[in-house]
Design a protein around this ligand. Structure first.
Ligand code: AMP
Ligand code: MN
Ligand code: MN
Length: 324
């Protein structure tokens, strides 16, 4: 694995830099992209920040979010492409096609399943968020963190740790968060924007999830599916479904929870969560062509909702039965 110094030296040599993360972005993907874009701008670089989905409305509380856009329709050349919070090039999505030529690739991430696909790879699976790695990068190199950078990094860390609750949360997480609060982050205001400003649509989706949830494997597995027909009836948009699964996961008997979403290209998006380290959902998702973290993982599989959910549920129930 490379060092922050080596990455920083490579970035300083470059003039044009593209920063990307993953499709269907979360606040770690977007916050990390924006914080690093702001840093590179302060160095006088020509920085471009792209995401396949732009900045979905619900993330528009992120400071300076207008810096991040949809990819250009005409491919462009970059000295360096920096990929954040992403384990492989495929999950970058449409921005890949908008890169005509990249001189050099850099990858900074926290997924254990990271494929080390770049010229320089910094992968730290002990970090619960890419935003935490970036805080350590700035700290180690003595780079000032502005208030806008801090807001983005705090959002990245808070959301990826489930508000500092998930198993990956460690003393370094609180150290990083403390430094960001020192920089002026207003925890209450930012948390309100992150967690208490949901559109009513999302509540309708939650109602639907609670009404249609299926308990399997002696109530240790809970799942819910969203078909394209449900999406049309409920009037929901993709960004509404992030986190719905957490409500099902919170049941005491539940060890693992899975959300199956029918996509309009014949694929099913699988989003899996586990509460027990003996039940590694990343391993199971890897068997289905995906990956992620031991307790939060995903994949996209070709097939129908019924077919994919049956196969995946079976694999997961076997893992639950072996684990416990
Ligand atoms: P999600 O369920 O979409 O919130 O994703 C949970 C975790 O699994 C995230 O950390 C993702 O990076 C990872 N993940 C989701 N989908 C995929 C995929 N198709 N390939 C690899 N990793 C994925
Ligand atoms: Mn992410
Ligand atoms: Mn992340």
């Amino acid at each position: 694995m490379t060092t922050f110094q080596t990455i920083d030296a490579a970035l300083k040599k470059a003039q044009t830099i593209l920063v990307v993360s993953h499709m269907r972005p979360d606040a770690d993907a977007l916050g990390s992209t924006l914080a690093f874009t702001l840093y590179l701008q302060s160095l006088g670089k020509k920085v471009t920040a792209w995401n396949e989905d732009g900045v979905p409305e619900k993330f528009q509380y992120l400071p300076q979010h207008h810096l991040l856009t949809l990819p250009s329709p005409t491919p462009q050349n970059f000295d360096v492409v920096l990929v954040l919070d992403n384990s492989n090039k495929k999950r970058v999505g449409t921005p890949m096609a908008a890169v005509a030529h990249a001189g050099f690739w850099i990858n900074i991430d926290h997924h254990i399943s990271n494929e080390n696909f770049a010229d320089l790879n910094y992968v730290d699976p002990t970090s619960p968020a890419t935003g935490q790695i970036l805080c350590e990068y700035f700290e180690e190199l003595g780079i000032p963190i502005t208030l806008d950078m801090a807001g983005n990094l705090f959002a990245a860390i808070s959301t990826d740790t489930g508000s500092f609750q998930y198993r990956g949360t460690n003393s370094r997480t609180f150290l990083a968060a403390s430094r960001l609060v020192e920089r002026g982050v207003d925890v209450a205001d930012l948390s309100l924007a992150m967690y208490d400003c949901q559109p009513k649509r999302r509540l309708n989706l939650l109602k639907h999830a609670l009404n249609t949830a299926v308990f399997l494997c002696e109530d240790r597995l809970v799942t819910f599916s969203l078909s394209l027909a449900d999406v049309a009836t409920l009037g929901v948009i993709p960004e509404d479904n992030e986190g719905i699964i957490d409500h099902l996961r919170s049941v005491d008997s539940v060890v693992a929870a899975v959300f199956y979403e029918e996509l309009n290209d014949g694929l099913v998006r699988v989003s899996a969560r586990s509460k027990d380290p003996r039940v590694n959902v990343s391993t199971i998702c890897a068997q289905f062509g995906g990956g992620g973290h031991p307790l939060a993982a995903g994949t996209r599989v070709r097939g129908s909702l019924a077919e994919i959910s049956e196969k995946f549920n079976q694999a997961l129930c076997e893992a639950i039965s072996h684990g416990s």
